[in-house]
Design a protein around this ligand. Structure first.
Ligand code: ZN
Length: 165
């Protein structure tokens, strides 16, 4: 057991640890946003993603539907495949996906098959998002968190579609 003095020291140490720890959801969403910006620059709908395992980015990618002429080439599909290749197994248990836009029903299905442990998304997608159409598509143990840097993520999409008009 700690006496009062030691306990305060311990709290102080913890506080310091969290101050120097940059690896939070916002940090990784910024990395996903960087991928989305890359998509934007390539004329692709600007959605970006990274997969994180034990605080390391193990795959990153963005939407490639125009480049590949493939309607299934969403950012999630790219990073799921790349992460599984890197890990050498098909399941992404213990991994977190950071994605700038709420996944669609197709990607939610794929993420369900991957058994990924956690999904963090930026902007909601009212039109094609899975939460409205297929809320049970994910693996039952998958945790989901939305709205991280949602304004930045949504603004990139808005700018893209305004430019195309
Ligand atoms: Zn999708």
């Amino acid at each position: 057991m700690y006496n009062q003095f030691d306990y305060r020291l311990l709290l102080g140490k913890r506080k310091h640890d969290t101050m120097i720890e940059p690896f939070d959801d916002e940090y990784y969403m910024k990395r996903a946003l960087r991928e989305a910006e890359q998509a934007f620059a390539e004329g692709e709908i600007p959605v970006g993603a990274v997969v994180v395992c034990q605080n390391k980015i193990i795959s990153r990618g963005h939407n490639l539907t125009e480049t590949l002429n493939d309607v299934t080439a969403h950012a999630e599909m790219q990073v799921i495949t790349a992460a599984a290749n890197l890990l050498g197994g098909k399941y992404l248990t213990g991994c977190t996906l950071y994605i700038t836009l709420e996944p669609c029903t197709m990607c939610a299905g794929a993420l369900g098959w991957s058994q990924i442990s956690r999904i963090v998304y930026g902007a909601a997608d009212e039109k094609r998002g899975f939460l409205k159409f297929a809320p049970l598509a994910l693996h039952p143990k998958t945790e989901i968190r939305g709205g991280i840097l949602q304004n930045e993520c949504a603004l990139l999409m808005k700018r893209f579609f305004e430019q195309r008009r």
